[in-house]
Design a protein around this ligand. Structure first.
Ligand SMILES: Nc1ncnc2c1ncn2[C@@H]1O[C@H](COP(=O)(O)OP(=O)(O)OP(=O)(O)O)[C@@H](O)[C@H]1O
Ligand SMILES: [Mg+2]
Length: 457
């Protein structure tokens, strides 16, 4: 049970095997050429946060839900999760429990030959059980059953990028303080030390001094949430924040109208993060056309190598015309939530359509708003509140009056019943012909919204 930890040999082995695993998986996939309430397709979102919600609501918004022929199911670990109210069926349990996960999936899809897709929206699930269900029993774990094993493991990801000849920041693997120091010696300070298996910056530290370097390995192991004592050491590039920028290049792998699986790039999404987690993202990106083409090339290579169908989101650092590939998620990405307002089909709708095997056309991933920048900005719960503090209300009083006249804006409140310090509660959006204005406007909407949550206790 739990997240499967590979050793170095197993990681190399897995990357070597992917060519044959991909052929096996893709050989079994068939396009979905009709939706029918009599023989509905089942879409299961394993995890029902805002990313899952975007896909589940698309089943209703775009196809009429169960009455149109798509039955949606969502799982998460707490009651009142965002996708729960829209999904036709929902279950609340710990998705790290492989037995429960398998049982729940099989309850809704007893026969894996029936049309269905299983979207792994969260990372903290039993990845090995998901692999087994996908590879051995024919369940459509999307984008692929082996995807989470590679994407959740920084070392496996780096090995794959190496194999594909992709440019990265200089990196090294280490499993001791001595190993970290050797890497730092080679790259020079500062370095960034990241646990092999965490996300959202848990256990990560930037070492600028010898003293910080001495602390970095211990910090990583202590904060890795019990998933290991291995780290990746990278040369830290301050240029990314100083003169560069960050991009998420999303690729959707899907059936085309001729029934072949192809990869299509979305326009790149640019984002800034003052801290460790997602803060604001926008489209279109302001990077050079040379950089944009390198972003697409890298992301396409990754998606074509990993295979399957569904979304891949590749995180990249861009400095001038240079692109450094950082990591990849085999699913929609939080920075991509801005697609809800900026593309003809948002990343949730694309994930739903592509993973079920429906055809997708390039025009569907084109801009819905032309000639403007659209910025999404997170709406966060305040620092200093206790874990599990419940939300009493969101007050609409004064909200519209506070937004400066002429602001083109929208607000998405996720409806989470509880909060903890810094939890993402919603997303503000604004658009304008000028990027800096749109960023300022989105931030103003976000802050106006944050003030209107009333928390209990
Ligand atoms: N080598 C580096 N040089 C400069 N900045 C870096 C480097 N590595 C990471 N960062 C910064 O830290 C952020 C988080 O890094 P990364 O994505 O590798 O970690 P993570 O824990 O997986 O975070 P998340 O889950 O939010 O993606 C990056 O988006 C970037 O802003
Ligand atoms: Mg990242």
């Amino acid at each position: 049970m739990g997240i499967f930890r590979m050793n170095e040999r197993q990681r190399l082995q897995l990357i070597k095997q992917i060519d044959s695993l991909r052929k096996e998986i893709e050989g079994r996939l068939i396009p979905l050429d009709r939706i029918s309430p009599e023989n509905p397709a089942t879409f299961i979102s394993v995890g029902g946060g805002e990313l899952g919600d975007l896909a589940v609501t698309a089943s209703v918004r775009n196809y009429g839900g169960a009455r149109g022929g798509i039955v949606s199911v969502a799982f998460d670990k707490y009651h009142g999760f965002p996708a729960q109210d829209t999904a036709d069926y929902s279950e609340v349990f710990d998705m790290m429990d492989g037995g429960r996960l398998e049982e729940a999936i099989k309850r809704y899809v007893p026969d894996p030959r029936a049309p269905h897709a299983i979207y792994l929206e969260v990372e903290r699930i039993d990845t090995q059980r998901a692999y087994k269900l996908g590879m051995e029993e024919g369940y459509r774990i999307m984008s692929t059953p082996y995807g989470p094993l590679v994407c959740m493991d920084r070392h496996a990801t780096k090995l794959m990028f190496d194999r594909l000849g992709l440019k990265m920041t200089p990196w090294a693997y280490a499993s001791s303080q001595k190993g970290v120091e050797e890497a730092a010696e080679e790259f020079g300070l500062p370095v960034i030390v990241k646990p092999v298996m965490t996300s959202s910056g848990h256990g990560t530290s930037i070492a600028k001094t010898e003293k910080e370097l001495k602390e970095s390995y211990r910090h990583s192991v202590e904060h890795a949430r019990g998933v290991g004592d291995e780290v990746i050491v990278e040369k830290y590039m301050p240029e990314v924040k100083d003169i560069g920028t960050e991009v998420t290049q999303i690729v959707v792998r899907h059936f085309n109208t001729e029934g072949r699986i192809v990869s299509t790039c979305l326009p790149p999404i640019e984002h800034r993060r003052p801290g460790a987690t997602y803060h604001e993202s926008w489209m279109p990106a302001t990077i050079s056309s040379t950089a944009a083409s390198k972003c697409r090339d890298g992301a396409m290579k990754i998606a074509d190598f990993m295979g399957g169908i569904g979304i891949y989101a590749v995180e990249q650092f861009v400095i001038g015309d240079e692109v450094y590939n950082n990591e990849v998620a085999n699913r929609p990405h939080d920075t991509g939530l801005v697609t809800r307002w900026m593309l003809n089909k948002d990343e949730g709708a694309l994930q739903l359509a592509s993973t079920l095997g429906m055809p997708v056309s390039p025009s569907q991933v084109d801009f819905s708003r032309q000639g403007v920048y659209g910025v999404a900005h997170v709406v966060l719960a305040p620092e200093g509140i206790k874990d599990g503090t419940s939300v009493q209300e969101f007050s609409l009083r004064g909200l519209h009056a506070e937004i400066p006249e002429g602001t083109r804006w929208d607000l998405w409140i996720f409806g989470k019943p509880n909060a903890y310090a810094g939890r993402r509660m919603g997303l503000a959006f604004a658009y304008a012909p000028d990027l800096e204005k749109a960023r300022k406007d989105a931030e103003a909407v976000a802050h106006a919204a944050e003030k209107r949550f009333v928390y209990k206790g």
